[in-house]
Every structure is written in structure tokens, then in C-alpha cells.
Design a protein around this ligand. Sequence first.
Ligand SMILES: C[S@@+](CC[C@H](N)C(=O)[O-])C[C@H]1O[C@@H](n2cnc3c(N)ncnc32)[C@H](O)[C@@H]1O
Length: 355
Amino acid sequence: MSTAIQVNKPEPITNGKQVVVFDNDTDVKKTIRTLEAGKPIVISGFYSNGLVLLKALKVHLDRKLPNESFQEQRAYRAAYHTLSNRILIEIEDHKIALKKAPFIGWLEKLYPEMSDFVLPFPQVQGLNSSWQWYKNGVKIPVLRNKIHPYYGTYFPTRFDHLILFDNWLKRYEGPKKKAVDVGVGSGILSLQLVKHGFQKVFGTDINPNAIVGLTAFMGDTKLSRKIELDHAPLFGKYDKPVELIVFNPPWLPKTSKEDDVDEAIYYDENLFPDFFEAATQRLLPEGQLVILFSNLSEITNPKAIHPIEKELSEGGRFQLERCFKKKVRKASTETKRDQHWRVSEEVELWVLTHK
Ligand SMILES: C[S@@+](CC[C@H](N)C(=O)[O-])C[C@H]1O[C@@H](n2cnc3c(N)ncnc32)[C@H](O)[C@@H]1O
């Protein structure tokens, strides 16, 4: 079943041994010229040599490329992405083959069939920070236990919407037999549903890592009998109507034409119409549809269309039962630039019922 699902992971580079080496004696400028010529560089000696080279690459691009306008920033990021991904690291026996390198358990978990390979340094950095989150866990205020987000899976770093959902669940008086959690991610909403007494939750996600990660997290515990998962869009194989459907969708519309935008954050124009159409068929007559959302998109773009308001006014399928809003608490670490709009940021919990 879920063990057959292929997870997303950084693609190993297998085309032979790389010859151009960078260590603490190598000339940085020459190395950057090599990268610009399209040739890969392998880091040697200490892990920190890779960090030194990345930093030098930033300084080099700062001097070379403008980085002001939207277009310029995009071009800068693209150049940095291309060049930095030519900086490679060798993995031997599932470990980074460098001195003073961090231990990254993902190298064994994600590549069971391969012990020696090569990865781009920025990807290794991503694996490293993900491993820290996974190993240490993330404390979520509405849950007793920490969650351990799997590599490449969305997890929340702010919790106001989860508190809103928890308060709603405290007052929920309907039946608690079955619910669907569309876009289950690292499983927080499903865990909240179970905590509040739901007997069975069906979770779906288009991200294979979310499904594989949550399956592994639940293991053989009681939870694994309460939360059932399907790697599929929207409702997947769950087509029998239920009394509660919850969805914490991406909160921002896709604007760029880039392909690889994060589908936990950005939605395409079909997501909401398709979701509402499928939801009408899978909600019991007295059932409730709960959607977590935010005014993030409206704050940054006054012309933004609110997909739930649009459904209510044009869809003809659902009516508004309640909408709860909660101001987002400011995080102390955020920059001043972010704060000016965060002042008015609110999360929303929409309760819809059949018309
Ligand atoms: C904002 S995250 C929410 C995750 C989790 N429910 C939570 O509240 O922490 C949105 C999730 O929806 C998933 N997703 C996006 N489009 C989807 C679709 N069409 N069908 C199923 N899942 C989808 C993403 O992969 C992501 O895991």
C-alpha cells in the first residue's frame, strides 16, 4: 500500500566521480569561474568549506547582478540556484563524507537502496534542517504530543488557525463518526479530530511525503486505526458522505508561471471549484464543511478574490453557517517589513452547510 508510494527527495547525481575539488586551500574566485563555466565542484575536507563557498558565491552575485525589482530578484535567485546546485557533496555509507559534517538521518531513510552517491550542497542543507525538525519534533499548542514532520511535508509554524479550529471542535455537537481531512499534511487537523472524539478520519494528500510520513509516524498504534490515508487529490477514494469535512488549503493564489511552486502554499484556479463540487457530493445532508483560511492574499493584493466568498455568492451549493476570525499574533522574530501587513492579518474558520 503506502510503502509503494515514491517519496519526493533530492535527486542523486550519479555520473561518475567529480574531479574539480574545493577545500580550504582552493582559490575561491577560480572556483566560482569554474561553476560559471557549467562545471561541478566537489567539496573536500571540512563541511564548512561548502558554507564558505556558498557565501562567496552570494558576495560574487551581489556584486555582479542587480537585485532590486521583482524581475531582478527572480533572475538573481535563478542564477544563485543554478550555480549553488553545481556545488556537490559526496555521501558515503549514508553519511556526508566530510569532516565536522552534521548527521542527517534522511540519507539512510530516503535512500535505502543506495549508500554512496552525490548530492548538491543546497539540497543537503535542506535535508539537514528538515532532519532537525523531524528529530526534535515541533510542539503544537493544541496537541499533547509533538509532531515530527517528514521530509518535504508542510507543517505549521504559527498556530492561530489551529486554536480557532480547536475552539470550534470544543463546541461541536454533531455526530463524530466519520470526517474527511483534505490535504492532511503532517496530520494536525486529523489529530485534533481524534482528540475531540472522532472515531474515524480519512485523510488525503497529493504530496506523497505527507502520506508516507504520517503512516510512519502512526506506525502500528491505535491512531493508525483511526486515521486512514490515501495518496490522491481532494477526496481520493473516500466517496461516502460524512458529517464533517475539513480543509486547510493553500492560502495564496498561484501567480507566477513557475512549475515547482509549493502546493501547500499556493493554489491554482481549479482547486476551489473542484473542491466544492466534490464536497457537495460527500457531505451528509446535515453535515458541516469547515475551511481554514486567512486574509493574507487580500492584504497583499487588494484585488484578490476570496475563493470561499466567491463560492458562497456564485456556487449555489453551500450557505454560510458561521465565520470565525482571529487576529494573528505577531511573531517577535519577524522583520519590520513583514510586520506592517501582519498587523491586520487574520485567520478565518468558515463553516458551510448544504443550501
Ligand atoms: C496548508 S497545507 C495544510 C496541511 C494540514 N492539513 C495542516 O493543517 O497543517 C495544505 C495541504 O494540502 C495539500 N494539497 C494541496 N492541493 C491538494 C489537493 N488538490 N488534494 C489534496 N491535497 C492537496 C498540500 O500538499 C498540503 O499538504
